[in-house]
Write a protein of this length. Structure first.
Length: 466
């Protein structure tokens, strides 16, 4: 029986079997921005290197823009811990979220499938108690647990509410965090004015700054004396609104007062925030992850732990997305291209950059293969495992990356991107030459535009209707 997540101890060390090998996948790389001079193009390490099955620390930031990290080009935000993680592993320039908002991307990560394959994934994002991730659906956590992993989720869930939906009903042994899409960082009040901090399925009272609490909990989990490999999904809410940095109690108190007075828009904080405040929150996220990574190093598990960091979707109104167009909610590059970093010292060399187009469901397939777990045959994955590419340098065959949100569609094949926004007009961009999506080549390439539109419609026909 797994030890329940307590208010003091959480846990961690790993044991394991040999890592499984893998197959690969991907399209022609796109030209994003020049890599820093210390980076080199990705190359798999010697295939003779072996390791046990990795622990998996999968970290999500919330509404973090593609260029909000200094290693991705931010001119005013400093992220030394994430930059160090990138130097020690692989930085992906052409990595995408599974959707343009919070909960659909989380569905795509947890199921390894397009959000539109499940009813809960049609909400963009989930805003009430009518939808969620069905407990009967296999997840990354349930499949890893069945193959011998301990599993925990700390932080934002946003895949449904109690009593019907919960991480502990979907494969995670332990849960500590919030169920909704946002909460006030001190009072823990959510969008409906409800208190939203839980340990398992029970409310947990702690009125300290939320990012501090999650950092503490994750560090405790990693430090536990595990007797098997583990998966920890660490889902920060930082830097999602409201724009409250650590120590901003006056701002917190004002937002809390408005929420309690019935102001349904108070948490959105549309009358607050600034570029400076946003930068403080991102830098706090960086420091917090640094604390967690220090705990991993002290635990002696760093070499055998695969750490992955990404954002759940593109940035919000204070994000730095240059040179991308669009932001959260849009299928333009700024809404779905996200900073993504992978480190696994036992098997993957550091100081590398990859321009391979990848998206969230690929990581689900990859992690399952690296852990020696199999997808459920009744729920085929939409992602492609990159394990063979990462470990042995296998070529990744060309495939299409697909997105659908209400009113927008997009598909990427190699450097080409087919896009239809709310104007209803088909557009075609060559991302290798025009990452900003300004030069519409649909009229110049009618055959390719039609081919990509047909490919998008073929995938869409197999999904649930809105």
């Amino acid at each position: 029986m797994p030890t329940p997540l307590s208010r003091r101890a959480l846990g961690g060390a790993a044991a394991g079997a040999a890592a499984a090998a893998a197959l690969g996948a991907a399209a022609a790389p796109a030209q994003a921005r020049p890599a820093p001079p210390e980076e080199r193009d990705f190359r798999a390490a010697s295939p003779r290197r072996h390791s046990r099955r990795p622990n998996i620390l999968f970290v999500l930031g919330d509404d973090l823009g593609w260029a909000d990290l200094s290693s991705y080009g931010s001119p005013h935000i400093r992220t030394p811990n994430l930059d160090r993680l990138a130097r020690q592993g692989v930085r992906f320039t052409d990595a995408y979220s599974g959707s343009a908002t919070c909960s659909p991307t989380r569905f795509s990560l947890y199921t390894g499938r397009y959000p539109g394959r499940t009813k809960g994934g049609l909400a963009e994002p989930i805003a009430d108690r009518s939808a969620g991730l069905e407990p009967t659906h296999p997840t990354l956590a349930s499949l890893l647990r069945d193959s011998g992993y301990a599993t925990a989720l700390i932080g934002k869930w946003h895949c449904g509410y109690l009593p019907d939906y919960s991480p502990t009903r979907s494969g995670w042994d332990e849960f500590f965090g919030n169920f909704g899409g946002a909460l006030e960082y001190y009072s823990k009040l959510g969008l409906g004015g409800e208190y939203d901090l839980y340990e398992g399925d029970a409310e947990y009272k702690d009125l300290r700054y939320y990012t501090r609490i999650l950092t503490e909990r994750a560090s405790e989990y990693i430090g536990r004396d595990h007797d098997r490999p583990w998966l920890l999904n660490l889902n920060f809410t930082t830097p999602h609104w409201p724009w409250v940095a650590d120590g901003d109690k006056e701002t917190s108190d004002e937002i809390t007062r408005r929420i309690k007075a019935g102001d349904g828009r108070a948490l959105w904080h549309q009358d607050g925030g600034s570029i400076e405040k946003y930068g403080q929150m991102v830098e706090d996220l960086d420091r917090s992850l640094g604390t967690v990574l220090d705990a991993l190093r002290r635990s002696g598990q760093e070499r055998d732990t695969l750490v992955f960091f990404a954002s759940d979707n593109g940035g919000e109104r204070f994000s730095y997305n240059w040179p991308l167009s669009g932001n959260k909610g849009s299928l333009q590059e700024g809404g779905i291209r996200v900073p993504s970093i992978l480190r696994w010292p036992a098997r993957i060399d550091g100081g590398q950059v990859s321009r391979l187009p990848v998206f969230t469901p690929d990581w689900t397939a990859t992690l399952l293969e690296l852990a020696g777990a199999r997808p459920h045959p009744a729920y085929p994955l939409d992602g492609t495992s990159l394990a063979g590419h990462l470990l042995r340098g296998d070529d990744v065959p060309e495939r299409d990356l697909f997105w659908r949100v209400r009113g927008e569609r997009a598909l990427r094949r190699g450097d080409w991107k087919y896009y239809r926004g709310k104007t209803g007009r088909d557009q075609l961009f060559h991302l290798g030459r025009d990452v900003r999506e300004q030069a519409d080549l649909a009229a110049a390439e009618p055959g390719l535009t039609a081919s990509l539109r047909t490919a998008w419609e073929r995938i869409d026909a197999g999904l649930l209707r809105y």
